[in-house]
Design a protein around this ligand. Structure first.
Ligand SMILES: [Zn+2]
Length: 64
C-alpha cells in the first residue's frame, strides 16, 4: 500500500508513521514526504530568523 504526500501528492518512499504522519486533531491528519518535511523546516527556520533575530542584531538595533 502506497501513501501519497498530502502536500505534493507524490508517493512517500519508505513510509513510516513516526516520521511521515502528523495528527492535527481527532478528525484531521496529514502524511508528509521527507522532501516536504525538509521544505517546511527550512521555511520555519527562515520565518524564525525574521521573527527572532540573533542576539547580535538585537544589541545593534536595541529592544523592539
Ligand atoms: Zn511531499
Amino acid at each position: 500500500m502506497e501513501i501519497d504526500c498530502t502536500l505534493c501528492k507524490k508517493p512517500i518512499d519508505k513510509y513510516h508513521p513516526e516520521f511521515n504522519h502528523l495528527e492535527i486533531d481527532d478528525s484531521h491528519a496529514i502524511d508528509v514526504c521527507p522532501e516536504c518535511v525538509d521544505k517546511l523546516i527550512k521555511w520555519q527556520q527562515r520565518t524564525f530568523a525574521k521573527l527572532f533575530p540573533t542576539k547580535a542584531m538585537k544589541e545593534r538595533y536595541g529592544k523592539i
